[in-house]
Ligand binder design. Structure first.
Ligand SMILES: [Zn+2]
Length: 57
């Protein structure tokens, strides 16, 4: 799971995908747990490395 959040509030959205079949979902309005790695909403590379998964939500 990739958290892409505001660095101050740690609120943003999450990308969750399955590496086996590349299906996935976008989870909006999540708060990244303390200690979880995050990327900043302002980072143009925030989704770098995330596979181009098919959204099933
Ligand atoms: Zn899957």
């Amino acid at each position: 799971m990739r958290y892409i959040v505001d660095p101050d509030s740690r609120v943003g959205y999450g990308l969750l995908w399955c590496g086996a079949c590349l299906c996935g979902i976008t989870v909006s309005r999540v708060r990244a747990p303390d200690g979880a790695p995050t990327r900043a909403l302002s980072d143009p590379e925030a989704s770098a490395g995330v596979p181009d998964f098919v959204r099933v939500d």
